[in-house]
Design a protein around this ligand. Structure first.
Ligand code: ADP
Ligand code: ASP
Ligand code: MG
Length: 406
């Protein structure tokens, strides 16, 4: 008998028919004798609709109340699945985040899970129930409802799997695994059978939204095996696990594309010690995560500084940058929202040279200009114009030999 945590995403619970289908799968696993904790997302589109309602109610919705509102999406699906299972004669019980003992910090909208008190779920399982948990939510020390950031149900599932020491955390979604790149952008994308936590983490950070970043961080830290698979077929998906010798030995294992960043350039800032701190400290205080930074050295004691921020934080970052630029006597600010970050990722890069050159040549062959570059041990990222994003992904997929063999 195994303990399985299963998470179903928005498209898998899009309406009653789909939730009934989820119930079929859950029922099948239960009948085999497995203990089950089922974590659900909101119906697809519901979180977006709730955000749009909040924006109609207030220009800048209060963060505490926004979390209270957004958490209702998952409350609905969890209650519905438990209801369906009970009407089929199964023992089932739904839990909101706080009832499942999910304690988070106080960061509304992107709270971190601090710990999980799995007692309620454990007792429900011991009594023979299927535990159904509303994903994406928890509560802080004051009992205030918090949400875990977009895609956060993945993290709920992995965190619960880790706290209950489950045998596996199955992420059921609308694709049948993790692919070499987003299969919706590149028709020659291939399913990967096994991927390391490290590579999966980079892919998530760099824009592959199939798993939320924090869910992979959690899985890596606590060694939770994740199985990403289709909610609509029985096929095996992708195992996300520790690096092992039977993984495909390729230099590049995946390509990602992130359209969620925007670029800000401060022109002619004084080239003196302490200037970068003056620019980036107020951004950090506003909890804006700056990603890429590039500084050009200039003659005449001045320099240009370019950096990227998440699009959601673009307006605030622009306001802050304008203020800082004025204080520093910088000449002007340039901004661009229509950018994309394309990245190539692979553990094999650690021991191979020439990957960057291949990437630049491939982009050049399509006349795609590179605006910013950043690298780490296992990835290279380039900022390009958004309109070339899909072409870039397909070109890189071919250039790194990821297309299926003909
Ligand atoms: P869910 O609602 O089930 O959480 P998401 O929309 O969050 O699903 O994530 C699944 C989507 O991730 C897929 O539909 C796919 O378009 C996208 N995706 C991006 N990159 C990849 C990749 N490398 N492999 C698989 N899916 C990817
Ligand atoms: N419903 C939330 C979202 O749309 C969380 C999730 O689906 O994982 O982001
Ligand atoms: Mg998701």
């Amino acid at each position: 008998m195994a303990l399985r945590v299963q998470k179903y995403g928005g498209t898998s619970v899009a309406d009653i028919e789909h939730i009934n289908h989820v119930a079929d799968r859950v029922q099948k696993a239960h009948d085999k004798g497995d203990k089950l904790v089922v974590v659900l997302s909101a119906m697809s589109g519901v979180t977006d609709s709730l955000i749009s309602l909040a924006k109609q109610a207030s220009k800048r919705p209060d963060k505490r109340e926004l979390d209270a509102l957004l958490a209702t999406g998952e409350q609905t699906t969890a209650a519905l699945l438990a209801m369906i299972l009970k009407s089929r004669g199964y023992k089932a019980k739904s839990f909101l985040g706080f009832q499942a003992g999910i304690h988070t910090d106080k960061t509304s909208g992107k709270a971190r899970i601090l710990d999980i008190n799995g007692q309620n779920i454990q007792s429900a399982l011991n009594e023979g129930n299927i535990a159904v948990v509303a994903g994406f939510q928890g509560a802080d020390e004051d009992g205030t409802i918090t949400t875990l950031g977009r895609g956060g149900s993945d993290t709920s599932a992995v965190a619960i799997a880790s706290s209950l020491k489950a045998d596996v955390c199955e992420i059921f979604t609308d694709v049948d695994g993790v692919y070499t790149t987003d299969p919706r952008i590149c028709s020659s994308a291939r399913k990967i059978n096994k991927i390391s936590y490290e590579e999966m983490l980079e892919m998530a950070i760099l824009g592959a939204k199939v798993l939320q970043i924090r869910s992979v961080e959690f899985a890596k830290k606590y060694n939770v095996p994740i199985h990403v698979r289709s909610a609509f077929s029985e096929e095996e998906g992708t195992m996300v696990v520790n690096e092992s010798s039977d993984m495909e030995s390729v230099i590049v294992s995946g390509i990602t594309c992130d359209m969620n960043e925007a670029r800000i350039t401060l022109k002619k800032v004084p080239d003196q010690p302490g200037v970068s701190a003056k620019i980036f400290t107020p951004l950090a205080e506003a909890e804006i995560c700056v990603d890429m930074i590039i500084q050009n050295t200039r003659s005449g004691g001045e320099t240009d500084l370019t950096f990227t921020v998440p699009k959601d934080d673009f307006e605030r970052a622009k306001e802050i940058s304008h203020k800082v630029a004025k204080n520093l006597g910088a000449v002007e600010i340039l901004t661009a929202e229509e950018i994309a970050k394309v990245s190539v990722i692979g553990l094999g890069m650690k021991s191979h040279s020439g990957v960057a050159a291949t990437m630049f040549q491939a982009l050049a062959s399509e006349n795609i200009n590179i605006r910013l570059i950043s690298t780490s041990e296992i990835r290279i990222s380039c900022i390009i114009l958004a309109k070339y994003a899909e072409l870039a992904v397909r070109t890189l997929h071919t250039a790194f030999g990821l297309d299926p063999e003909k």
